[in-house]
Design a protein around this ligand. Structure first.
Ligand code: ZN
Length: 320
């Protein structure tokens, strides 16, 4: 079938009309979020007034993620785009700065007080982006998401405020649970060794020393020197368990365990942590609260603390 020139013009006009008004089709605010943690937070606050598309699924590393063609379409059409900022989405940084001109883009960490942020040796002029690891810091992000939703859909303000209150109360419970559980870990065992440096805020909040095989980003590979010096640390500090992460290859952590074993020091893999991505879709671990509950519970348990097997509210999967 061939289109006449007139058909083409009509079709083009219809398409541009459709793309100019996707926003309130069906009344829901169309939101696109980068990480699962941001998407979950937006869903909790937005409820049935928003439709949220998360770009990065379980196991996806945000440091390395690049937007796909489908993402670009979704990001361009969205009423509101929520990204993390603080150089987390390093490969998408330029794209978001270009998109900012549309007035639909919010970096959810942009109003966080700078004095609660941590620096890092890897990042001379930047902050550590992994703020979701401390639920008290996620309060700032929650409030930022709530306010961004209100700005784009003021008629749903009461609903957003009420939903945010419920979510903030859960963050407060999560924070109490973390404090209570992690203080049961014997003081000399409070060393958290993971695949990359994602746990700086966690360590600062709960008094753990933190060691990452890779640095703050996953962009550079750990060298042999780094591995062998960490093996020495494992032995010197008598570390009993180290952790793999769902969004980073476990190869280097396993090399450490083997290196220590070759020198006569047995160290266990304490479990898999959700560092930069949440657990499987549709599970409790696939939510922000569930992901952090899982981390707290697995870490406490593997390092000799005393925690309920199924976590804060008994919702963790068995054997997690
Ligand atoms: Zn990271």
């Amino acid at each position: 079938m061939r289109f006449s020139r007139r058909d083409f013009i009509v079709a083009t006009a219809a398409a541009s009309l459709a793309s100019a008004t996707p926003a309130f089709a069906g009344g829901k605010l169309q939101v696109v979020a980068t990480t699962g943690m941001i998407a979950d937070t937006a869903r909790r606050i937005g409820g049935d007034a928003v439709e949220v598309k998360g770009l990065m699924g379980p196991g996806v590393d945000p440091h390395a993620y690049r937007q796909t063609r489908t993402d670009i379409v979704a990001l361009t059409k969205a009423d509101l785009v929520l990204w993390h900022g603080l150089y987390l989405e390093a490969q998408m940084e330029d794209f978001f700065h270009k998109l900012e001109k549309r007035g639909t883009v919010v970096a959810v960490t942009d109003t966080m007080p700078r004095d609660v942020l941590r620096g890092h040796d890897d990042y001379a002029d930047k902050f550590d982006p992994h703020v979701w690891m401390d639920p008290r810091l996620w309060v700032f992000v929650t409030e930022r998401v709530r306010d961004a939703l209100i700005e784009k859909k003021p008629e749903a303000e009461a609903q957003f405020v009420a939903n945010a209150e419920v979510f903030l109360a859960e963050l407060s419970d999560l924070s109490d649970y973390a404090e209570k559980s992690l203080t049961t870990v014997p003081e000399e065992a409070r060393i958290l060794l993971t695949a990359h440096d994602a746990f700086g805020y966690f360590g600062a909040a709960y008094g753990f020393s933190v060691l990452g095989v890779q640095g703050i980003s996953t962009e550079s590979e750990a060298g042999l020197n780094r591995i062998s010096s960490l093996v020495d640390t494992l032995i010197e500090r008598d570390i009993q368990a180290v952790f793999v992460e769902s969004s980073v290859s476990d190869r280097t952590v396993r090399a450490l365990v083997e290196g220590a074993s070759a020198k006569g020091h047995d160290v266990a893999i304490g479990g898999e942590l959700f560092s930069d991505a949440m657990g499987p879709d549709g599970t409790y671990e696939g939510t922000y609260v569930g992901m952090i509950d899982h981390n707290i519970t697995v870490i406490s348990d593997a390092l000799g603390g005393d925690v309920p097997e199924r976590g804060m509210t008994g919702r963790l999967s068995a054997g997690s």
